[in-house]
Write a protein that binds this ligand. Structure first.
Ligand code: PRX
Length: 661
């Protein structure tokens, strides 16, 4: 247990939170309320009175080939099943039913490329491409239940690949484009993926990275991987293609039959695996299934964003490789027949006002972004967004990390022109869909609070000691009743699933891994992770994962990684590194260590700061005390050091830090 929940350095945080609880509140405007899909607060009581009836009503908004027999099978907690006996297909729900209803010409994505290209992809276009690629996958020998890896940048083909998998019942395993090829290999290996869909190269800020060539360097010896499908995107001339293993996406699609009926799948058929970081170095394969997941993402996407599919232009500025992209770029919006913006690039290329240019050009009405992006825009100045017409925006969203009230207010004023409600949405890869959030036509918001659980969700803040609700102050955030889009297990690691989430407070209480508190109005204030997970710019990383990358450097003896508060990125990685023998720390070594981390995990995991340490503070049982390392890195007075095996280590570390400054 880290110090956030136990109060090690809690006083200033407590004071800060108390102040926050007192500040401004924002009511939805009468105009917003009048037009909102949900504006009657009675919805909360109705859903709470009979959650299963509420969720079945949500499921009814999807197309089912066969209706379910049982809404919730809770006979073997925590292995819950939803809508059992029901049959449906996610890609049918995202595409066919819209096209069949005469909405084929509606734009699904306004894709904007880095170099100013614009590509509008309609629902009919997607359905055509998905059917071809689904058949191509079948031609390549992919069968129901086979895992397909996807390692693609933000291009429409990533959506096609995901939906093609969903169409034939092949669970996909998408890896964020910022992860290194070595991470891709690891994830392909763990999931025994049969096919990997990747790209010739990815464009980033005017440069092109040779993705396929890099993937090749790592993938060679994976026996389970039979085929690599390569999408042409960056115009790379000499892409290495292995005979008998590698094929071009456009060629296999052209050779495939055009019609591929959507497979009726069990509600509990696996839809995808998405690896995320936990307390140990090995990533966890979060498994989501078909009926419950789609029900959860469709309902939350509709109501949290108050979506009017005929008129809204919705932009979720995440990457498809994270859960936010899966649920709120792909599945939620497509299930609801929304028109989305898809942006290929970075927020500062070709210039720092590009987001606002895209909002203006597309007349986006809803923007869903991460606080780290907002803080970056604050740094760049309000003049940039002010140069653009942002009057189309009517709703703003935030996700991925706590949003500090200052950033909330700036977002509200500068981007939202003071008129747009903000939905601060708390959720996780594991929860599949948004769990704690305002409903924009109902909830009075308080900057910095994710407010209250979505209808049908039950959350509590409980004491770590006895699992009882905490009246005031902070505790463990838990979800106390199952919900349709919850993870079903950790892929091939059911014991780890139970151990990680359902061992602390029993098999019916999902322990989230965050500390939180509630205020007198019952609003939730998320404080942050209580495990060894670090949130850098909304990217979730495990300290153990980064440590094991650092110690792979031959000159490193030991490393301890912590998340240090950072104004820009929320948390930043700081690494305390002990070198072998008499080796001295140097700038070259800093660069080399950063390089190893980039190679093994991805550039985004590179430590921002490396602190050379002769020794690390350990308890008598040899456990590294990260709490003390955080104190020292953030320049605070040290907490209790009496449990240390050798308290003098801290004094030595302090003087080492001072020397370095
Ligand atoms: O600590 C919480 C933080 O992000 C974690 C989940 O990370 P991940 O699975 O990568 O999913 C991120 C996108 C949903 C949570 O345990 N987090 C997410 N949203 C918020 C948040 N912290 C505070 N406020 C939020 N709105």
């Amino acid at each position: 247990m880290a110090d956030t929940a136990t109060g090690g350095s809690g006083t200033s945080l407590e004071q800060q939170l108390d102040q926050m609880l007192e500040i401004e509140r924002f009511e939805p405007s009468p105009a917003f309320k009048r037009d909102a899909l949900l504006s009657d607060p009675a919805i909360y009581e109705q859903a709470a009175a009979d959650p299963q009836a509420w969720w079945s009503r949500q499921a009814e908004s999807l197309d089912w080939f066969e209706r379910w027999e049982t809404v919730l099978d809770d006979s073997d907690p925590p292995f819950y099943k939803w809508f059992t006996g029901g049959k449906l297909n996610v890609s049918h729900n995202c595409l066919d039913r819209h096209v069949e209803a005469g909405r084929g010409d509606r734009v699904a994505y306004h894709w904007h490329g880095e170099e100013g290209e614009v590509r509008d992809v309609t629902y009919a276009d997607l359905l055509r491409d998905v059917q071809r690629f689904a058949n191509a996958l079948k031609d390549l020998g992919v069968r129901q239940g086979d895992v397909v890896g996807i390692y693609l940048p933000m291009i429409p083909e990533v959506v096609v690949a995901m939906l093609a998998c969903a169409r034939i019942g092949a669970p996909h395993n998408v890896v964020f484009g910022g992860f290194s090829a070595e991470s891709v290999k690891e994830r392909m290996e763990f999931s025994e993926a049969k096919v990997l869909v990747t790209v010739d190269g990815a464009r980033r800020k005017g440069k092109t990275a040779p993705i396929k060539a890099t993937v090749d360097e790592h993938m060679g010896d994976l026996e389970t991987l039979k085929t690599i499908v390569v999408v042409r995107h960056a115009g790379i001339a000499d892409v290495p293609m292995a005979d008998g293993r590698d094929v071009w996406y456009d060629e296999v699609c052209a050779a495939a039959a055009p019609d591929c009926p959507a497979e009726p799948l069990d509600a509990e058929h696996p839809l995808f695996i998405l690896y995320t970081s936990g307390s140990t170095a090995s990533p966890k394969g979060i498994l989501h299934t078909t009926g419950g997941y789609l029900t959860g993402v469709a309902a939350t996407h509709r109501y949290v964003f108050d979506l009017k599919p005929e008129s809204d232009v919705y932009w979720c500025a995440a990457d498809v490789g994270w859960i936010t992209g899966h649920s709120y770029i792909v599945y939620g919006p497509l299930a609801n027949g929304a028109t989305s913006v898809m942006w290929e690039g970075a927020p500062d290329y070709p210039h720092r006002g590009i987001w606002w240019e895209v909002v203006e050009k597309t007349r986006a009405t809803i923007l869903y972004a991460a606080p780290t992006a907002i803080r970056t825009f604050i740094k760049w100045g309000h003049e940039l967004p002010e140069r653009h017409d942002l009057s189309s925006l009517r709703l703003l969203g935030s996700v991925g990390e706590p949003i500090n009230p200052k950033a909330w207010l700036w977002y509200h004023q500068v981007i939202g022109g003071g008129r747009c409600p903000i939905v601060d949405t708390w959720w996780q890869t594991e929860t599949g869909a948004i769990m704690i959030t305002p409903l924009p036509g109902i909830t009075e918001t308080k900057p910095g609070s994710a407010t209250t659980p979505f209808p049908g969700i039950r959350a509590e803040v409980v004491s770590e000691a006895d699992g009882r609700p905490v009246e005031s102050g902070q505790g463990l955030l838990v979800l106390t009743q199952p919900w349709p889009s919850m993870l079903r297990t950790l892929y091939r690691e059911p014991e780890r699933f139970v151990e990680t989430y359902f061992s602390r407070l029993g098999k019916e209480t999902y322990v989230v891994g965050d500390a939180a508190r509630t205020d007198r109005d019952g609003y939730f204030w998320i404080i942050g992770r209580i495990d060894d997970v670090v949130n850098v710019s909304g990217h979730r990383l495990s300290t153990a994962e980064v440590e094991s990358a650092i110690v792979a450097h031959e000159k490193v003896a030991e490393a301890a990684v912590i998340g240090q508060s950072d104004e820009q990125t929320g948390q930043a990685i700081a690494a305390f590194v002990t070198l072998q023998g008499d080796i001295e720390g140097s700038d070259e070594l800093v660069a080399e260590i950063g390089g190893v981390v980039a190679e093994r995990i991805g550039k985004f995991a590179r430590p921002k700061r490396i602190i050379w340490a002769d020794d690390l503070p350990k308890t008598r049982s040899g456990k590294i005390m990260r709490r003390l390392l955080r104190d020292i890195a953030e320049g605070r007075a040290l907490g209790d050091v009496t449990t240390l095996r050798d308290p003098s280590v801290m004094a030595a570390l302090e003087s080492q830090i001072q020397e370095a400054q």
